[in-house]
Design a protein around this ligand. Structure first.
Ligand SMILES: [Zn+2]
Length: 266
């Protein structure tokens, strides 16, 4: 347990608390429920003089159930931002593996919403996993990705159509391989469609998206050690964020500034 506190990347308990307070409240603490600044402090709890409700630093955030010491939790978040494999994070924090996996999943869940609509030249392809399929597209020459996941079935022409309708701008060029699910795509959605025929050793049209699938498989295997298809949506969501918004994962602070906010609902 002692080892991690000496890591220079991990701020002190006081520094973490101060960062969380500044991120959530700015300079002066206010009531998350009625926003009154008339609050009384009682140890680490606050009481609102206006609406007479109690709150704490994290009570109205997705960290309301945080029970780990702040430095241990910060170490876990730091591990997740730098893609530390689960088992190495376990060695570093001495927490049970399931606790690490649960926190990694929680960090992933609270990534901000991100929806890309792809345009210009769009490469689209599918990849297969145990009992699941992933249809993904990449705007050529950019880091923009869009995807959809199927469980216990193969993607079909309707899935391709729905995907194009939601995620690809009309007027784009669509590049795919010769797969039968893509046949006629250009007739059902206004895109200019061209296909490679892999049996003729043509791969130019899907080279970038096929590269992304390779990077995805390596990412999951390295960080999570195993690919559970039931988590495919979550893994891919995390992967796409890391791919298109690497700045969010610079350190725990950059991630928290984008993901931590007051939810004044209780
Ligand atoms: Zn209040």
């Amino acid at each position: 347990m002692e080892a991690m506190y000496t890591l220079k990347q991990i701020p002190s308990e006081v520094q973490i608390r101060k960062f969380l307070r500044r991120t959530l409240f700015g300079k002066n603490v206010f009531c998350p429920l009625c926003r009154s600044r008339k609050v009384a402090r009682y140890e680490s709890r606050f009481r609102c003089l206006a609406c007479r409700r109690r709150f704490s630093l994290l009570s109205h955030t997705w960290l309301s159930n945080l029970k780990l010491p702040l430095q241990v939790w910060w170490t876990l978040l730091w591990c997740w931002t730098i893609r530390e494999p689960v088992l190495q994070a376990q060695e570093l924090t001495h927490l049970p593996e399931r606790t690490i996996r649960r926190w990694y999943a929680t960090f992933r869940e609270h990534l901000p919403r991100e929806e890309h609509v792809l345009e210009r030249i769009v490469q689209m392809d599918e990849a297969y996993f145990k009992k699941a399929a992933l249809v993904m597209a990449k705007q050529k020459g950019t880091r923009k990705l869009a995807y959809t996941v199927m469980h216990n079935r193969f993607p079909n022409k309707t899935d391709v159509m729905d995907f194009l309708f939601e995620k690809v701008k009309p007027g784009s060029e669509l590049w795919t391989d010769g797969g039968s699910i893509y046949i006629g795509a250009g007739k059902r959605w206004p895109v200019t469609h061209s296909r490679d025929i892999h049996s003729k050793f043509e791969f130019e049209h899907t080279s970038e998206i096929e590269g992304v699938f390779g990077v995805y498989r390596t990412f999951v295997r390295r960080m999570y050690h195993h690919h559970w298809s039931e988590n495919l949506d979550q893994y891919v969501r995390e992967f796409c964020f890391r791919f298109s918004s690497p700045e969010l994962f610079g350190n725990p602070r950059t991630y928290l500034l984008k993901s931590l906010m007051l939810v004044p609902t209780r």
